[in-house]
Design a binder for this molecule. Structure first.
Ligand code: HEM
Length: 471
């Protein structure tokens, strides 16, 4: 099932006329070696799968005495995330331990009563009804990027992963904290999150050594500094809002008002900070990764890029695309949906079973790890014909994948509350930037997907920017 540790990953990418098989790790063909799995998964979780793992099935393996169950079947996924949600709602010790120092009891890693109480709150503040307000922020920020790129010489080189990370961090920062945060503090928060992620390890060895809840992550001075910087800035924003000095359209303001209306929620400064930090973290890297992969795919598939450009001319003419145009931008939407299929920003949904259970024909022991891997699921031929090929047409018109076979935003009660926010943001930013720029990835660039907390190209994606005229 898994491949031995190898210092580098063997990548496949095939281009032929109007067909693109974009970059993915080659299938593992050697003998499984369980001890090395942990180390290999740490280097690259996507290179440990055999061809036979891309199938409609539920499989179980033992690793250092622990049961790991891989669920790659829509019915079984429905069972885990919806029907038996309460038994499988708990995040893994790896995820909880990695993020608890930064996010405390924030929604992403909470469960039980805390999750039940906070989830409706977060649902409300990122709800699609609020898109008109957030949409204006998205339009303004994307247009600022057009202006900035327009000031660069034609053909300028940038790393588009970092450009997209800056763009989406600015959008989420303005949405969560309001317009008053200031550029310096906003950058400090983004950089703090970036440095936190590079310092933590997502594999918690304590779990495999017998601790059901894993072991706390070592809080090195560097880690402490990056956390206290982020907490300090967010606490100041929350305190300003509590004192009535905040931007009244921001998500923090909505959280504060909700607490003032419902004091029984007992959201103190720390709880408010945890939820604000969670939304900030969950809400920008994912969209940045989506856009980065979309630029890679469009650059390698010029026939799709042309369909996008033709659509933008037809729908928007000379105007800059806005949120009102999104329902008519079918190709832009299909490109984003296909990008999310091939490169799901959250490529693993990992849970810890609370009680004994049975998924399909597999008996589950308490405290076992249950893995749903959208990376595998979305590339399983039984659900997607030509599963490794980039074919946005599969999402055009009314065509929809089999329920629970396409889950880039997860599914069930723990589905991403920012689904509409993230999807609309990605489509809008793609439309605004594609109208004005052609983004080129060098023909000989080896692009390697890397899975840490999110799935991104290892070392980012160097590109060149080429101006397009309006229609
Ligand atoms: C393309 C963009 C996005 C993708 C692909 C995405 C994907 C996901 C996925 C797969 C999960 C579930 C993770 C798990 O259960 O292990 C999740 C959770 C979450 N997402 Fe998103 N997300 C995106 C954008 C956003 C945005 C824009 C926001 C906020 C504005 C957001 C807020 C959250 C929160 C708060 C959770 C935790 C929900 C809970 O545990 O109840 N996400 N997201």
């Amino acid at each position: 099932m898994f491949r031995n540790l190898r210092p580098s990953t063997d990548i496949i990418e095939k281009r032929q006329n109007d067909t693109l098989e974009p970059a993915h790790a080659n299938f593992y063909r050697g003998k499984p070696n369980p001890l090395r799995l942990i180390l290999q998964a740490r280097h690259d979780f996507l290179s440990i799968w055999r061809k036979t793992d891309y199938a409609d099935q539920v499989t179980s393996i033992k690793l250092l005495g622990r049961q790991l169950v891989l669920v790659n079947s829509p019915d079984a996924i429905r069972y885990v995330v919806a029907k038996r949600h309460e038994n499988f709602e708990r995040k893994t010790p790896q995820m909880r331990r990695a993020l608890e120092f930064l996010l405390g009891d924030g929604l992403f890693i909470s469960d039980g009563e805390t999750w039940k109480q906070r989830r409706p709150l977060v649902n409300d503040i990122v709800h699609k009804n609020r898109l008109p307000v957030f949409g204006k922020i998205m339009e303004k920020t994307a247009n600022e990027m057009v202006e900035r790129w327009s000031a660069l010489p034609d053909g300028a080189g940038v790393n588009v992963l970092y450009e997209m990370a800056g763009l989406t961090a600015e959008i989420i920062s303005r949405s969560v904290f309001g317009n008053d945060l200031g550029e310096e503090a906003a950058n400090a928060v983004s950089q703090g999150f970036e440095s936190y992620q590079s310092l933590i390890d997502s594999i918690n060895l304590g779990y495999f050594l017998g601790f059901d809840d894993g072991l706390p992550v070592l809080r090195t001075p560097k880690l402490r500094r990056s956390v206290s910087r982020i907490h300090g800035i967010i606490d100041k924003v929350v305190e300003d809002h509590l004192a009535g000095r905040g931007d009244d359209q921001s998500m923090v303001e909505l959280l504060v008002r909700r607490q003032q209306r419902n004091p029984e929620l007992k959201l103190d400064v720390v709880a408010l900070r945890n939820e604000a930090a969670t939304i900030f973290m969950a809400g920008h890297e994912t969209t940045a990764a989506t856009l980065t992969w979309a630029w890679y795919l469009l650059s390698r598939a010029p026939w799709v890029e042309k369909a996008v450009h033709d659509e933008l001319s037809r729908v928007c003419g000379d105007r800059t695309p806005t949120m009102e145009d999104l329902p008519a931008l079918d190709w832009c939407r299909a490109v984003i949906e296909e990008t999310l299929r091939l490169y799901p920003p959250v490529p693993i949904l990992a849970r810890q079973a609370t009680e004994a259970d049975r998924i399909g024909d597999v008996d589950i022991k308490p405290a076992s790890l249950v893995l749903i891997v959208p990376w595998l699921l979305h590339r399983t031929e039984a659900f997607f014909k030509d599963a490794h090929l980039f074919k946005p047409e599969r999402f055009l018109g009314d065509k929809r994948p089999i329920p629970y076979s396409y889950i880039p935003f997860a599914a069930g009660p723990r589905v991403c509350p920012g689904l509409q926010f993230g999807l609309n943001e990605a489509i809008l930013c793609l439309a605004v930037l594609a109208q004005r720029f052609r983004i080129r990835v060098a023909d000989d660039l080896k692009v390697e997907p890397q899975c840490r907390l999110t799935l991104r190209p290892r070392s980012g994606l160097p590109v060149t920017l080429h101006r397009r005229g309006k229609a």
